[in-house]
Every structure is written in structure tokens, then in C-alpha cells.
Design a protein around this ligand. Structure first.
Ligand code: MSP
Length: 679
């Protein structure tokens, strides 16, 4: 259906969401994957005449953000305000056409979440109790002892923290059977199917425990209105964005009525659990319909691992877009990785695809066709007899491609849709070789049949390229206009409506083509790979330096290892004031201390840093008994790379003075609260 056909009837709505992103100064190419995929689908649906609502945004609350802000010495709001712009800029750069950008710090969202929480409490779905268990701060996930894998977070493998606090709980267990029934009776709800089985077998059937949905150990979150020392658990806050963005819980819920339930939540595979268990349970408790589908795509991997700032293996999409154009990068992301599975990013694969699919296949097809038309007919399409057998076969092929592309796009199978379109590109290139227009051209002045045939061949090529310019539109927002300019049909939307990709005979006789620049210039692979490697190394070093500053020392150390080695070679013992400023130190107060089992040297300490609790393992057990440590003010290095000692993670180091076997703790001379900075 097109805009006109829909004029007098209600448009079908299509609501698609991406996850809301944790604000980050270093968005990598993997981050852009979900959003570029969602954008392609949103564009496709718009082309088909749907009334699309495409939502993305940022997930700004939680302990992780509060810690990062504290390390930078700014408030959490100041911290997120500064970096949310990065996310918005990246989407703009990548031509992402989201209809709304929600921030979980938006006032309307905060109020609606408070309302939701209160309603669930009032109706008995939320109750007060005490939480004792494990928490993974990077994932913002709670885990029970038995769920841990080797004592680490089962999702990301990082250390978890012991947490004990008064909390509100959501009766997740109450909804267990209803969720199982729903998933079983709605086979398309979780896609791909492997993820559905994982949810049923690994989480739902073994049994759900009630979910801790408030925190008191930090305050960067949405306050619980009726118990102000609690903030709402970030995932309840974040998941609600899908309905609060539409005005749910506000004075005007007309958009909610129009668009909910969503047709699809597109998410990475690691967060399918939140979207297919916790989110459905919340919606059931609110008596709201469930989204039609949650699609969990795979990861874009690099060197066999997930791209992550802390591994120092990020690939910067800004660099790639600047070098090759955003259409090439979008094409690569959606073509290279089977949607739903993991895929590997390499510079070689990227350049390979640009050179073969884009420069050779598509780019050459357009430039050869335009050049031939200029050479043989002065650029203007003569009237032609339509069509000979070969032409009809191509016409039929394009109808088939059009149908198949839609089947694939309806199922979110982006690579398969692109494979279909490139069948058309290849067929047209082959058609040029088969019909050898340069041979026909030799006799067009003397043989009317040759002229007629050549005009027919050129028409088929131009018509096929016109269809391709339409079919690639969801994936490559900039290229269609460039192609149409060269075909001489720019600014004529009636020739490029979506449905016309299946029609033949639309390109008007008498239209003049125009020579343009190469759509995708061929890349000198060897030279480019070397250059990319240098740029990415630079970006890694920068990310590492930023991470080191923010307390993410794994990346910092990896990135700085080279520099450190150089410095050592020069025997440089002196450090600058800037070097010294890299070490972040604070006064911390010892809350708890205990001996580490099987060690006569180590004490495990829980420290109050003024903004959070930290666990530190320290080699002071021979000099200090656990009882005398409680209440002591110590000096903590807060941005030291975490280390694991006897299986226990140490998140920092406390300072001590030593001489021979003598060791005394460094402390402060006077009364100053925990959190005071050492400078
Ligand atoms: N804030 C949560 C989502 C809350 S939704 C109610 C979150 N944010 S995230 O920033 O960590 O991730 C956002 C999206 O980026 C997720 O879909 C995630 O899977 C995706 N990706 C991040 N790195 C990725 C790759 N390397 N490859 C593919 N997608 C990955 O999770």
C-alpha cells in the first residue's frame, strides 16, 4: 500500500524499538548494529505505507553511572548530559530515522515509572522485604548463589558484589506459568527459536524467584514515591521506556493507544531474558498486552570476542563512516552477519564487501549503463520495442526479487533481503555481457533492428537499476538519490514508489541520463588496511586513556602498555604532575573486615568511599586484626585495575608504609569524611 492508497483509510501502525543505550563516550560499531537494523526495518515499513513509530534512547540511571560520575567528580546528571549527545550524534551520522529519542531522565518518564511502581505496590505485586545476594554492576543484574558461574556473573563473567539491603520485590514467580503458557502459545513471540528454548529451559521451567526491584545503596535512580530512600531497579525503569515514551502514565495516552503493543523489540541476545521474562510479567501485572515479538540478534565480534571498551578492541563507526560513507557501513553490517547469529568484524571483510558488492557489482553496473547510454544514444532513451525474451526473464526475476525481499524484511532477515537484491544486480551485469551492447552499437546507424534491440537492452538495464534504487532504500539511505540523479529521474517520486520496484515499463522514454561520480570508489585494500589499523590503534589508545581516567583500568593498561615499555627503556623515574594526577585517591572508611580463608596475609575489607561500597583485599592481616580495622579511615586508590586475590576481587588498593617487616596503614590527620579526595 502507498500513501495515496491509504489516504482514506486508517494507516496500519508499526511500532519498533531498539534497546535504550547506556550513555557512553565510546560507542563502537557493535553498538550501531541494533539501531541500524531497526532503522532499515522502519524505513522499509514507511516505504510500504505504514504509520511507523521508531523509538530509541538512553538508559541513564544506575550504580554504574553513579560510580563513573563520582570518579569524574561530577554529578550523575552532569555526566549523562555531557555524553548522551554522543549517542544522538552517532545516530544522526548513520542516518538513523528514529521518531523519538527517550532519556530515562526525562521528567515524563520518571513520573510514569513512579506511577507504575506505586500501582504495582498498591495491588500487591510489589512487597517490601530484604535482599541478600549478588549483584553484577556492569550488567545491573541480580544473581543468586547458584546462578553464579565460578563465582562470577553468568552473563558477562565479571566479578559480582555481595549485596544486602532492605528492598522491594516484584512477584515475578506469580507470573511464571502465565509467561510459559504465553511463549508456548505464541511461537513468534521470541525469535530466533533458539532463544525461545533457552528462555524456557534455562530460566522459566527451573522456576522464577521474585525480583528485587529497588535499591538503597545508591541514589542515582527514580525515587520510590512512598519510600524515598529507595530507587527503582534500573531494568524496571529502563523496560518501562517502551510504554512511557508513548505517553503511558501521563495525561495524554493517545499515542500509547495508537501504537501499543509494539510489533517488535529488537535487542541483542544478552538482554533477551529481561525482555521476555521480566517485561512480560510487568505488562501482565499492569494488565497490558505483550509486544508481538522480541527479536534477539547476535553480536558483532572482533578477534573472537565481544567488542568492548575494556578489552580495547573497539572499532569506531565514526572513522569508518568518514572514510567509506555511512551507506557502505550500513550495508556491511546488515549483509555480513546472518541476522540472529554472531558475526565477525574484520577490516578485510569490510573492504572486501565494499570492493566486490558495492564498487564492482552495483557501482560498475550503474556507471557502465550510464556511459553506454551516453555513448550510443547521447544519453536519451529512445522509444524501444519491449521486450525480447531475455528482457522478459529479467522482468520476471525482478518481480520475484521484490516479493522475496518483502518476505525477508517481514521476517527481519536483512542479509537474505540483500542477497535477493544482489541477485538482480548480478543478473543485470550478466545481461550486459550476454547482449554485448558494444557489438549492437556498431550497426545502429545502418541496421534498424540493431538500434531497436540496443534501445530495448538499455531500457531493461535502466529499469532494473531503477528497481534496485528502490529496493536498497531501507539499507542505504544516500545511494538511491545518487543513482536516480544519474538515471535522470531525481525528484520524480512517482517513478520510485516502493510498489514500482515490481512494475516494469515505468522509466519514461526520452529521459536523459547524466554521468556522475563513482558511487563506491574502489579501495586499494593493502594501503587502506594499513591506514585503518593505525587509526584504530589511535582510537584504542584514546579509549584506553579515557577508560583509565574513568577507572576502567583494564583498557587503560592495555592501551598504555606500549608507552610504559618505552618509558622504561629510557629509565625515566621522574613523573610529571599530569602522571600523578592519573592516580585517583580518596579517603575511605572501613565498614567490615574479615580474614581471607587459607591466607595469613590477606584481609577482605568493605569500604565506604562516600558514594558507594567497595571490596578491597589487602595484605595487612599480619599487622592488623579484623576487629581493629572497623571504623578506620584509610587512603584508597580508586582507579586501579581490579585484581582477583584468592578468588576474591579487589576493587582498589589501600596505602600502607613499609620498612622491612614493619607495615603501618597510611591514614588522615584530622576529621574528614569518607569520599574526601587526596591531591
Ligand atoms: N541499557 C541496556 C538496554 C535496556 S533496554 C530496556 C543495554 N544497553 S547497551 O548499551 O549495553 O546495549 C545496547 C544494544 O547494543 C544492545 O542491544 C546490545 O546487544 C547491543 N550491542 C552492544 N555491543 C554489541 C556488539 N558487539 N554486537 C552487537 N550488538 C551489541 O543493554
Amino acid at each position: 500500500m502507498n500513501e495515496k492508497a491509504l489516504k482514506n483509510e486508517e494507516k496500519k501502525t508499526y511500532y519498533i524499538t531498539t534497546p535504550i543505550y547506556y550513555p557512553s563516550g565510546n560507542m563502537h560499531i557493535g553498538h550501531s548494529y541494533t539501531t541500524v537494523a531497526a532503522d532499515a526495518e522502519a524505513r522499509y515499513r514507511r516505504l510500504k505505507g505504514y504509520d511507523v513509530m521508531f523509538l530509541t534512547g538512553t538508559d541513564e540511571h544506575g550504580q554504574k553511572i553513579q560510580r563513573k560520575a563520582a570518579e569524574k567528580g561530577v554529578t550523575p546528571k552532569e555526566y549523562v548530559d555531557e555524553i548522551v549527545a554522543n549517542t544522538k550524534d552517532l545516530w544522526k551520522l548513520m542516518n538513523v530515522t528514529n521518531d523519538q529519542f527517550i532519556r530515562t531522565t526525562d521528567d515524563f518518564h520518571v513520573k510514569a515509572v513512579q506511577k507504575i511502581f506505586k500501582q504495582l505496590y498498591d495491588q500487591g505485586d510489589i512487597y517490601k522485604s530484604e535482599y541478600e545476594g549478588w549483584y553484577c554492576t556492569p550488567c545491573e543484574s541480580f544473581w543468586t548463589e547458584t546462578q553464579l558461574v565460578d563465582g562470577k556473573c553468568p552473563d558477562c563473567g565479571r566479578a559480582v558484589e555481595r549485596t544486602r539491603e532492605e528492598s522491594y520485590f516484584f512477584r515475578l514467580s506469580k507470573y511464571q506459568q502465565r509467561i510459559i503458557d504465553y511463549i508456548e502459545s505464541h511461537p513468534d513471540f521470541i525469535q530466533p527459536v533458539s532463544r525461545k528454548n533457552e528462555m524456557l529451559n534455562n530460566f522459566l521451567r527451573p522456576g522464577l524467584e521474585d525480583l528485587c526491584v529497588s535499591r538503597t545503596s545508591f541514589d542515582w535512580g527514580i525515587p520510590v514515591t512512598f519510600d524515598k530512600k529507595h530507587v527503582v531497579y534500573v531494568w524496571v525503569d529502563a523496560l518501562s521506556n517502551y510504554i512511557t515514551a508513548l505517553g503511558y502514565g501521563s495525561g495524554d495516552d493517545s499515542r500509547f493507544k495508537k501504537y501499543w503493543p509494539a510489533q517488535v523489540h529488537l535487542v541483542g541476545k544478552e538482554i533477551v531474558r529481561f525482555h521476555t521474562i521480566i517485561w512480560p510479567a510487568i505488562l501482565m501485572a499492569l494488565d497490558l498486552p505483550l509486544p508481538e515479538q522480541v527479536y534477539g540478534h547476535g553480536w558483532l565480534l572482533i578477534d573472537g570476542g565481544k567488542m568492548s571498551k575494556s578489552k580495547g578492541n573497539v572499532v569506531d563507526p565514526r572513522i569508518l563512516c568518514a572514510k567509506y560513507g555511512c551507506d557502505a557501513i550500513r550495508y556491511f553490517l546488515l549483509r555480513e552477519v546472518p541476522f540472529g547469529s554472531d558475526g565477525i568484524f574484520t577490516n578485510e571483510a569490510l573492504i572486501g564487501r565494499i570492493n566486490s558488492d558495492l564498487a564492482n557489482d552495483l557501482g560498475n553496473l550503474v556507471s557502465r549503463t550510464v556511459s553506454m547510454q551516453l555513448k550510443y544514444f547521447g544519453g536519451v532513451q529512445p522509444e524501444a520495442k519491449r521486450f525480447e525474451d531475455g528482457d522478459n526473464e529479467i522482468k520476471a526475476l525482478f518481480k520475484e526479487i521484490y516479493d522475496n525481499v518483502q518476505v525477508q524484511m517481514d521476517a527481519l532477515q536483512f542479509p537474505s533481503a540483500l542477497v535477493e537484491i544482489w541477485r538482480g544486480v548480478s543478473r543485470l551485469n550478466k545481461f550486459i555481457d550476454e547482449t554485448a551492447p558494444w557489438v549492437l552499437a556498431k550497426t545502429i546507424d545502418t541496421d534498424a533492428a540493431s538500434k531497436e534491440r540496443l534501445a530495448g537492452v538499455m531500457y531493461t538495464l535502466l529499469e532494473g537499476i531503477r528497481a534496485i534504487s528502490i529496493l536498497i532504500e531501507p539499507f542505504m539511505p544516500e545511494t538511491p538519490a545518487k543513482i536516480r540523479q544519474q538515471l535522470g529521474i531525481a525528484g520524480k517520486p512517482e517513478l520510485t514508489r516502493w510498489e514500482t520496484a515490481a512494475e516494469w515499463g515505468v522509466y519514461p522514454d526520452g529521459t536523459a541520463v547524466e554521468k556522475g561520480n563513482a558511487l563506491f570508489p574502489r579501495i586499494d585494500a593493502a594501503k587502506e588496511l594499513e591506514e585503518l589499523e593505525k587509526l584504530n590503534a589511535g582510537a584504542r589508545a584514546e579509549a584506553g586513556a579515557a577508560a583509565a581516567k574513568a577507572g576502567d583500568n583494564k583498557a587503560g593498561n592495555a592501551a598504555n602498555a606500549g608507552k610504559a615499555a618505552e618509558a622504561e627503556g629510557e629509565g625515566a623515574n621522574l613523573i610529571t604532575i599530569d602522571d600523578f594526577a592519573k592516580v585517583e585517591m580518596k579517603v575511605a572508611c572501613v565498614l567490615e573486615a574479615e580474614k581471607v580463608a587459607d591466607s595469613d596475609k590477606l584481609l577482605k575489607l568493605i569500604l565506604d568511599t562516600g558514594t558507594e561500597k567497595r571490596q578491597v583485599v589487602s595484605g595487612i592481616a599480619k599487622q592488623y586484626a579484623p576487629e581493629e580495622m572497623k571504623g578506620k579511615k584509610v587512603i584508597l586508590i580508586t582507579n586501579l585495575q581490579p585484581a582477583v586475590l584468592r578468588g576474591i576481587e579487589s576493587q582498589g588498593m589501600i596505602l600502607a608504609a613499609t620498612k622491612g617487616k614493619k607495615l603501618v596503614l597510611v591514614t588522615v590527620d584530622g576529621d574528614i569524611p569518607a569520599g574526601a579526595k587526596i591531591s
